[in-house]
Design a protein around this ligand. Sequence first.
Ligand SMILES: [Zn+2]
Length: 483
Amino acid sequence: MAANKTIQKTLIPKENFSEWYDNVLLEAKIVDDRYPVKGFTVYTGWGFSIVKRIISMLEEKLDSSGHEPMQFPVIIPEDAFQKEEDHIKGFSGEVFWITHAGENELERRLVLRPTSETAIYPMFKMWIRSHADLPLLMNQTCNVYRYETKATRPLYRGREFLWNEGHTAHATYNEAEEQIRTAIRIYSEVYDSLSLNYIKLRRPDFDKFAGADYSVAFDAWNPDGKSNQIGTVHQLGNNFAKAFEMTYENEDGKQELCTNTCYGMGFGRTLACLISQHGDDHGLILPPIVAPKQVVIIPIPVKGKEQISKEYAKLIYHNLTSNNIRTVLDEDDRLRPGEKFYKWEMNGVPIRIEIGPREAESKTVTFVRRDTFKKSKADLVNLVDTVHELFKSINQTLNERSKKIMNERMATAYTLDELKEFMDQRKLVRINWCGNKGCAEALKDKVSGEIRGTLWLDLEEPTDNCILCENSAKYIAYVSRTY
Ligand SMILES: [Zn+2]
C-alpha cells in the first residue's frame, strides 16, 4: 500500500492552520502565490470557479434590487483623487502612482484605484440633474490596488484584490439609511447561503472608511483567532457630495446635496473564509451552491466486473447532469480509488458516489458526504431527490458547525489580564468601553488585539465600567486580532 502512505504524508492537520491553509490553496488549485510580484496572486482553476459563482450570486441580487452594472476605468486622475480630504488622508499612503508613459513624465499623475469613489462621483455629478434621476444605484466587479504595508497573505491581504463595489446617490439621508439596510441584507444573504458565520459591527469612529459618516463591517471568525473582514457598508452622508458638488434640483427647483452610500464585498476574503471556516484535515469542504463539481462518481474496479460498473457509472452521470447537478465521473485508470478519494476530498466536492458491481446489479447508489464522511444508500429511482436532500443537509451541518465554533470563541473580559488571556486563546472578546479613542489605543498597545466595533443594530447595555480607564462605559465593544 505504498500509495496510501504518500497520501497520509501530505495531510496536514487543520490545527496547524497556517501550514494547512497554504497547502490547501496549492493542492486544491485555489490560488498560486508564487507570482513574482509580492502581494499579487494568481487565481487558478478550482478557486476561480468558486469565486465566479460567488460573484454571480451577488451580482444577481444587486441586479434585482435595482443596481446597474458598470465598469469604470482603473485609473483616477490626481486632482479627482485628492478632492475629499479625509479620503486622501486615509488612502494616500497606500496608492500606486502612474507617473510615466514611455520615456515621458505625465503632466497629470494617475492613481491606480484603491477604491472607486473618486472615479465614480465626478460622473455621478454629470448624470444627476434632478430628483427624478435619484436614487442612482450602480455596482462593478473589478480589481483594486492598495500598497499594503502589513504582511501580505494570499486571499486575506494582497496588493491587488478582487471585489464588487456598490455606489449609490440619494435625495435624502433617510433614503441612504434605507439603502444601507438593503446592502447589509444582500451581503448577509450571500454569506448565509455559503453557511458562513460572522458578526456585523459598526466600526469605531477612528476606524471608519476614510470619508464616511460611519461604517458597518462583516467580521467573520478565522481559525487563527483573527477577524476576517469579508465585507463593508458605508454611509457617506454629504461628504463626497460636497467635495464633488453632487447636487440635484428638488421639487421646488432648489439645488440640494445628494447623500451617498458605498459598499464592498471582497471575494478573496470571502473565499478565504469559506476555506477556513468549513475545511477539515482532509482539505476543503464546499457548500454545494458554489462547488464547481457537486458530485464525484468513482467506479470501484472489481476484477472481471469492470464493464458493468463503468456502464452503470455513466448512467448515473447522465442522470445527474441532465438534472443540472454539476458532476464529474472520474474514470482516470492511472489512479487507485483511494487516491481519487483523497483528491476529491481535498477539493471539497460535497458528495461522492461509489459504484461497484453490487450497486450496478441492485440498481442502488452509495453516497459518501464530504462533511461527515457518513455513508448512505438509495435506490436509483430516488437518485436526484436524494442528492438534493444531501445538499440541504450538508449546508445545515456546515452552518451549525461554524456557528458552534464562533459561539465557543466568544468571551467577555472584565479585566485587562482576562482580556490578554482570552486573546492568547484566540477568542473574540466582549469588553466594556467608554468610547474614547485614547482607551482604544492603549488597549492596542497592551494586548495583541484591537477594538473592532459595536454590534450593528443590537444595542448592548454595558455591564461594568470601561476596562481601561474605569470611567463609566458607553458600549459593549468587540476585540480581536485582525488581518
Ligand atoms: Zn475608557
